[in-house]
Structures are given as structure tokens and as C-alpha cells.
Design a protein around this ligand. Structure first.
Ligand SMILES: *Cc1c(COP(=O)(O)O)cnc(C)c1O
Length: 403
């Protein structure tokens, strides 16, 4: 039912449209969407073997689905990963990873610039179950090293980060993890496999929110973990079976189709992000611009090597202001003046989306956590879409010129 070209025979752009096309007996050319929660078994014997994992074959919707499997195979091919397992959202992928790898007393090292909900999940929710964690400065490899304990099982990094686009050295963190007998997981939401393939740099696990660039048009929630076949089969699949954070087949189908245009979207949106960041940098109402593609970015050199010579499609900037109150007032003013672009706390859409991280994605953090993450009151995140760059600039100018 599934045709799987050999990844080493085909190029990545070909794999994006040709890997794992599920077809029914009707021979449709577009990927089939299989909506079913159960599967009729050929015999009681076969059913028993399938449930025991001794025979290939679908048994129940929580455990697997052909459309979901196609998405997993295609994402694995793009990441250069041996295997992939998908989930209902990016956060449930992180939960699956932690439930699969950690027990009470184990220790995780993360950066304190991680996605806000990741900090909450690992630092607070999992702490209730005895999982210990240390949050370190994103770009300081010696701090990651110093945080290692005998109980450290996992290093979890996100690069570039949300919303400051700080870049860490994946290969250096992989070495630190492996010397400590731990695993390195990388949240690859921002760069995507179009720009960055962490497993080639030594990462053991690549985590995705499919909600973002993999879908690419802001339609569905999805998540995934790419890893070795052993990790997927022995650590993650058992969690999926018992905890049920299963990706819905329809959502898998949407994201599967999204992967076909990932590469050209990332190229086009990143080109606009670079142009916009250069324009913002020269703007009198802007105090700072954070974008890895700018020569002024502290990790510009590393980002260009690690991310296929590309800064990605997300940037953030700070409005000029005398103090915190004025900064948040001015940031709100810029966002409220938008007419074309969207005030929307998402990213990875073909529509340009703007957000105020301090009051949204990072709003649940304590002021100290927010400060450690570098999220100031005047900070605005821009996830650049596919609109014309002149229209994007004009819409931002509306607020920036009228403080
Ligand atoms: C959105 C996001 C997540 C969480 O994904 P959901 O699909 O919203 O659960 C995790 N990490 C990063 C970097 C994200 O942007």
C-alpha cells in the first residue's frame, strides 16, 4: 500500500513529494486519507500476532494509521532520521519524549530560552513526578557542561530560539550529552529540515511542532519525534499506546501535504525575513533587531554554517522606549495599528503573524524566568509569511511612525 523510495537514491526535494504515498486500490495520485478508528483483521491468529508486535498491520487508531505513517516516513526522510513517531501537538511530542526517557530522580538540562510551555512542562509539571531540571543560558556551552549531574539523562535544546533567535552549537551539545551518557534532543521547529538537520550534527532526537512550518498554512496541530528505530519502538511507541497523544489522520494528511512545499516556503519566507530585518535595523523607532541572518547577530557565523546559510523566517525586534511601561504601550500600539498582517500567537504560516511574547507565549513565566529568556516588554515577534515585502513594511510603519 505504501511506496517508499530509497532515501539515498533520491534528493531531498524529491523525497518531500514522493516519500510514502499511501494509495488505495483506486490508484489516486494524491495521498489517500484513511479515516478509520478500527481495522478489520484477516483472522484471529493474525490479530493476535499484530497486537503482539510480531506482524505488520494496523490494529486500532490510537496505535497507528496509514496516513499518519506516511507523514512519519516523509518527515523521517527529510530529517535524515531512521524513524519518526507523530503526536497530536508539539507539546505532546515533548511529553512523550520525557515519559519515554525519564523516571523520577532523573535530570534534564535545557536552555532558559526554550519555548514557554516547554519550560512549564519540564520545570513545573514534570517536577511533580520527581523529574529534575536545570535551565542554562542558551549559547553558553560551558554552562550546559557544568549543569551535568550523574543523573542527567537528557539535554534538550531549541535553535534558533523563540523569540530571540539565539543559536546554540548542536554538535558541541551532542558531544557534551554523549560524554555524560545522556541523549541530545533538538526542537527543530524554527529552522525545519529545510534548513537544519540536527541528526547529522549528532543529535539523538529531533522534536517538531508540525503546527508550524511543516503544515505551513496554519491549519492543524501536530507534533513528532524523529529518532533511531530503537528509541521510537522501545521508548516512544509504548507511551503513545498507553497515553494516546495520537495524531488525527486528517491532521496528518494536511501536514503530509505541507511537507511538499516546505523547502520553497522556507526559502521565500526567509528571504523576506532578511529584507525585513535589514529594514527594521535602519528604522529610527526600533532599538534592536534579533535575526540570525544579520551580521550583527551574536551567533551569525554559527547560524550560517548550521542552518544552510539562512537565517530562517522568524525575527523579533524591540521598540525604542524610555522604560518598561512605555515599551509595552508602544509594542501594543504597533500591533493594534496593523491592517494587513495578523496579530496572532502562531508562527510558520504563509500569512505574516505578529505577537507580543511578554504577554502571550511567555506570559505564564515568572518575571525572573522572562528576564532570563530575554523577553522584554517592548519585544515584538514577526513570523514572516509570503506577502510582498513592501506591504509588510508599510503595515509595520503605520504603528512605528505614530508612537
Ligand atoms: C509551537 C512550538 C512548540 C509547541 O508546539 P504545539 O504544536 O503548539 O504544541 C514547541 N516548540 C516551539 C519552538 C514552538 O514554536
Amino acid at each position: 500500500m505504501t511506496t517508499l523510495p530509497t532515501p539515498d537514491q533520491l534528493h531531498r526535494d524529491t523525497l518531500a513529494v514522493r516519500t510514502a504515498v499511501p494509495r488505495s486500490q483506486y490508484g489516486e495520485n494524491s495521498e489517500a486519507l484513511f479515516l478509520t478508528s478500527g481495522y478489520v483483521q484477516p483472522s484471529a491468529e493474525a490479530s493476535a500476532r499484530r497486537f503482539a508486535g510480531e506482524e505488520e498491520g494496523f490494529t486500532y487508531g490510537r496505535y497507528g494509521n496509514p496516513t499518519v505513517a506516511s507523514f512519519e516516513q516523509r518527515l523521517a526522510a527529510l530529517e535524515g532520521a531512521p524513524a519518526c513517531i507523530s503526536t497530536a501537538s508539539g507539546m505532546s511530542a515533548i511529553l512523550m519524549m520525557c515519559m519515554g526517557l525519564l523516571k523520577s530522580g532523573d535530570h534534564v538540562v535545557c536552555s532558559h530560552s526554550m519555548f514557554g510551555s516547554t519550560i512549564k512542562l519540564i520545570g513545573s509539571d514534570l517536577a511533580k513526578f520527581g523529574v529534575q531540571s536545570t535551565f542554562v543560558p542558551q549559547t553558553d556551552a560551558t554552562a550546559w557542561q557544568a549543569a551535568i549531574r550523574p543523573t542527567t539523562k537528557l539535554l534538550f535544546a531549541e535553535t534558533p530560539t523563540n523569540p530571540l533567535t539565539e543559536v546554540c552549537d548542536i554538535r558541541a551539545l551532542a558531544d557534551i550529552a554523549h560524554n555524560a551518557g545522556a541523549l541530545l534532543a533538538v526542537d527543530n521547529c524554527f529552522a525545519t529540515p529545510a534548513l537544519q538537520r540536527p541528526m547529522a550534527l549528532g543529535a539523538d532526537i529531533v522534536m517538531h511542532s508540525g503546527t508550524k512550518y511543516l503544515d505551513g498554512q496554519g491549519r492543524v496541530m501536530a507534533g513528532a519525534l524523529c529518532a533511531s528505530e530503537k528509541l521510537v519502538a522501545e521508548a516512544f511507541l509504548p507511551v503513545l499506546k498507553s497515553a494516546g497523544m495520537t495524531l488525527a489522520p486528517f491532521n496528518a494528511w494536511v501536514v503530509l501535504k505541507g511537507l511538499e512545499t516546505l523547502d520553497i516556503r522556507m526559502q521565500a519566507q526567509s528571504a523576506r525575513a532578511l529584507a525585513l530585518s535589514q529594514w527594521l535595523q535602519a528604522h529610527p523607532a526600533v532599538a534592536a533587531v534579533h535575526y540570525p541572518g544579520l551580521a550583527s547577530h551574536p551567533q551569525h557565523g554559527l547560524a550560517m554554517v548550521q542552518q544552510s546559510n539562512c537565517g530562517g523566517a522568524v525575527l523579533s525586534f524591540e521598540v525604542e522606549a524610555a522604560d518598561d511601561d512605555q515599551a509595552s504601550q508602544r509594542a501594543f500600539h504597533v500591533l493594534d495599528a496593523l491592517q494587513t498582517l495578523s496579530l496572532c500567537t502562531n508562527l510558520g504560516d504563509t500569512k505574516t503573524l505578529l505577537a507580543h511574547p511578554a504577554s502571550t507565549s511567555h506570559g505564564r513565566l515568572t518575571p525572573q524566568q522572562r528576564e532570563a529568556a530575554g523577553v522584554s516588554q517592548g519585544l515584538i515577534r514577526v513570523a514572516v509569511g509570503l506577502e510582498n515585502i513592501n506591504d509588510i513594511q508599510a503595515d509595520l510603519d503605520r504603528g512605528l511612525l505614530t508612537f
